[in-house]
Ligand binder design. Structure first.
Ligand SMILES: Nc1ncnc2c1ncn2[C@@H]1O[C@H](COP(=O)(O)OP(=O)(O)OP(=O)(O)O)[C@@H](O)[C@H]1O
Length: 254
């Protein structure tokens, strides 16, 4: 579980996060949604410690990052898996080397043990016989699977994903969403996904945090989101053309 308490983050005189308080739950896919510029990525970067909020606290389980000494912060970094926008694989490394990277960085395991774990996670994401290929030699969807394998190879307790299915066709995007959710459940991970994709909201929205201009506008799950009258939620949901069309059809039928 990650608990966020009254987080403020500014750049110069511009306050981007204006006192966010929320909880991201363990064993669930927690989504941060909101219009472009609402502060989703800044929030994610505060969560992983890339940005330091001027005010507020971020608790990992019982301990706030702000109270951790260097050793505790290093331990926390080891427990974090990250899936960046676009996958961000190292082009000059093979798939196997890419996935092994966090193990080489954070552990002192023997090569054979690392390789066994790499093969285990590649199998989990349904990728076999690609070990010696380079990222450019496999499809975008496969690259995304490799990124997921790399994000979970060191058995993280916390997984952060920034727009994990951007640039993928809808079917592959759904497969990636479902894979992230399955892995979250299997390993009881606290997963936080930044997305503006309504399909993701409907597929894996177990705890959805809606940001609007740096404030928390609404929180609920994928069932709640279609029941609420909250104006910001309705505006967000029906800003998607697909949902506007579905809504029009429903209105015509009534
Ligand atoms: N390093 C930075 N320095 C200055 N301003 C920043 C920095 N990072 C983000 N911002 C500003 O913070 C605001 C929120 O940006 P953020 O990237 O969090 O939006 P977002 O909700 O993730 O949008 P999108 O969906 O377009 O990615 C923007 O106005 C952006 O210009």
């Amino acid at each position: 579980m990650i608990k966020v308490e009254d987080v403020h983050k500014s750049f110069g005189s511009e306050e981007i996060l204006k006192g966010i308080s929320t909880t991201f739950e363990k064993g669930k896919t927690n989504l941060i949604i909101g219009q472009s510029g609402s502060g989703k990525t800044v929030m994610l970067k505060c969560l992983i410690g890339l940005f330091r909020p001027e005010e507020g606290r971020i608790y990992y389980e019982d301990k706030a990052i702000q109270d951790m000494d260097e050793e505790e912060q290093r331990e926390l970094r080891e427990q974090i898996g990250m899936l960046f926008q676009g996958g961000a694989l190292f082009d000059s490394m093979t798939i196997e080397e890419n996935v092994m990277f966090p193990l080489r960085m954070f552990t002192k395991q023997k090569k054979a043990d690392m390789l066994a774990r790499v093969n285990e996670v590649l199998k989990r994401v349904d990728l076999e016989n690609v070990n010696k290929k380079f990222p450019a030699q496999i499809s975008g969807g496969m690259q995304k699977r490799v990124s997921i394998a790399r994000a979970i190879v060191n058995k993280p307790k916390f997984l952060f994903c920034d727009e994990p299915n951007s640039g993928l066709d809808p079917r592959t995007a759904t497969l990636i969403d479902n894979l992230i959710q399955e892995i979250t459940h299997e390993n009881d991970i606290t997963t936080v996904v930044v997305t503006h994709d309504m399909n993701s909201v409907m597929e894996i929205g177990e705890n959805i945090v809606l940001l609007k201009k740096g404030k928390l506008a609404w929180q609920g799950d994928k069932e709640d989101i279609f029941k609420t009258d909250n104006k910001d939620v309705v505006n967000f949901v029906y800003s998607s053309d697909l949902f506007k069309k579905i809504r029009n059809v429903q209105l015509k039928e009534e």
